[in-house]
Each structure stands twice: as structure tokens, then as C-alpha cells.
Design a protein around this ligand. Structure first.
Ligand SMILES: CCCCCCC/C=C/C(=O)SCCNC(=O)CCNC(=O)[C@H](O)C(C)(C)COP(=O)(O)OP(=O)(O)OC[C@H]1O[C@@H](n2cnc3c(N)ncnc32)[C@H](O)[C@@H]1OP(=O)(O)O
Length: 195
């Protein structure tokens, strides 16, 4: 599931809700698809912030659904629709952004991380390769050698290392949602002043 909240000042806040780690279950993928569509089509919304409930952005694909048949919207078109949104989408990364969770954040236009967050593509530890755009978006963002290091080792990086590598745009020790919403507001104002 994903909760949609309209914040005064023209921001849509989308919150992933799937305890314990807000994994990308069929219900969460459906929720993201619906709420991103709603934000994009609402002319009052100027920017979007994507976050996770209970201090965790997203732990990736929902491993509880691996054994069953695939249901719900597929991950790749859902992620691609975020990248294609004509409004700034900011990922507010707290706790973890792992696997499909980091791939989701990589499709956002900006990423803000809490100082205690950890990011990574641990798919290799499950015998998989990142399958939702991570093998394209990460090298484009930080270069092939640094991206390969993360993809083939599956190691997690701290928010500070992610900032140094260029995976995130800003690190904060403040309230991640407030910082991301302020950032989204300023990006939307900058973009509007150029139009
Ligand atoms: C179906 C086809 C899809 C194709 C495209 C696929 C593209 C994406 C692929 C992926 O995303 S692969 C999955 C990547 N994610 C992971 O590998 C994360 C694995 N989890 C961890 O590393 C750790 O659990 C953690 C998230 C760092 C948390 O560690 P911590 O030590 O704090 O707690 P744990 O005891 O390990 O876990 C707590 C609780 O959370 C459950 N859980 C963890 N990850 C997931 C998950 N991805 N999906 C569902 N549930 C998850 C874990 O089982 C524990 O549950 P309980 O035992 O407390 O019930």
C-alpha cells in the first residue's frame, strides 16, 4: 500500500506502507502506480516526495512473494513512470534503500538520505542481478567502476559514502520528510522560474 498526502505548498507526499521494511509487494507497487499517477495528473501538485513508513525507505522486492506467481503491476514500468514524470520526484531515504528499493530511488530525480541510512544492491547475495534498471541508472550516475563494485559485491554504503559517490544529492540529520519536501519545493520553484 502507499499513502497519498497533499501537503500545503503543492507537494504530494507518497508513503510506502508494508511492514517491516516497506518491500515492493504487489499492493505497494499498485499503491505507487496509483499515487504517482494521481500526483502527476493533479495540476495543483508541483513536486512529489517518496518516502517509507516507520523510518525505512524500502527493502526491495518482497521476498515473501518470491515463491508465488507474480501479481500486481510489474516493477519496471512502475519505476520508469516515476523517471518520466514531468514534475520533480524526490526520494526521502531513511533507514534502508536496498535492491529494488534503491532502484526505485534511482528513478527519482533527486535523492536525499538521512545520515544513518544504508543503500545497496544486494541482489547478488540472492543469486540475482538488479533487474529494475539499477544496472543502467547506477553507472550513469556514478560511473561504471563504482557501480560495478556495488553490483558485484552487494555491499551496503552509508549515506556519507553515497553522497561522496554521487548516489544521493544531500545528506541530513534532520527530519528526512521535511528536508525532502523543502528540497522538492525549491526544485519546483527553480524549474517554474525557468519556464
Ligand atoms: C519477482 C521478480 C522481481 C524482479 C525484479 C527484482 C528487482 C529487485 C530485486 C530485489 O529487490 S531483491 C531483494 C533485495 N533486498 C534484500 O535483499 C534485503 C534483504 N534484507 C536485509 O538485508 C535485512 O533484512 C535488512 C533489510 C537490512 C534489515 O536487517 P535487520 O537486521 O535490521 O533485520 P532482519 O531481522 O534481517 O529483518 C527484519 C524483518 O524484515 C524482513 N525483511 C527483510 N527484507 C525483506 C524483504 N525484502 N521483503 C520482505 N521482508 C523482508 C525480515 O524477513 C524480517 O522479518 P521478520 O523475521 O521480523 O518477520
Amino acid at each position: 500500500m502507499a499513502r497519498y498526502t497533499r501537503i500545503p505548498g503543492s507537494i504530494a507526499l507518497i508513503t510506502l506502507m508494508n511492514p517491516p521494511v516497506n518491500a515492493l509487494s504487489a499492493a505497494v507497487r499498485q499503491g505507487i502506480t496509483d499515487t504517482v499517477g494521481r500526483a502527476v495528473s493533479d495540476p495543483e501538485v508541483k513536486a512529489v516526495v517518496l518516502c517509507g513508513e516507520n523510518g525505512k525507505f524500502c527493502g526491495g522486492a518482497d521476498i515473501r512473494e518470491f515463491a508465488g506467481p507474480m501479481t500486481g503491476p510489474p516493477l519496471i514500468p512502475m519505476i520508469d513512470a516515476i523517471e518520466a514524470a514531468e514534475k520533480p520526484v524526490v526520494a526521502a531515504i531513511e533507514g534502508i534503500a536496498l535492491g529494488g528499493g534503491l532502484e526505485l530511488a534511482l528513478a527519482c530525480h533527486y535523492r536525499i538520505a538521512h545520515v544513518k541510512a544504508r543503500l545497496g544492491l544486494p541482489e547478488v547475495t540472492l543469486g540475482l542481478l538488479p533487474g529494475a534498471g539499477g544496472t543502467q541508472r547506477l553507472p550513469r550516475l556514478i560511473g561504471v567502476p563504482a557501480a560495478l563494485d556495488l553490483i558485484v559485491t552487494g555491499r551496503h554504503v552509508s549515506a556519507q559514502e553515497a553522497l561522496k559517490l554521487g548516489i544521493v544529492d544531500q545528506v541530513t540529520d534532520g527530519n528526512i520528510q521535511e528536508v525532502a519536501m523543502e528540497f522538492a519545493q525549491s526544485m519546483s520553484a527553480t524549474l517554474n522560474s525557468r519556464c
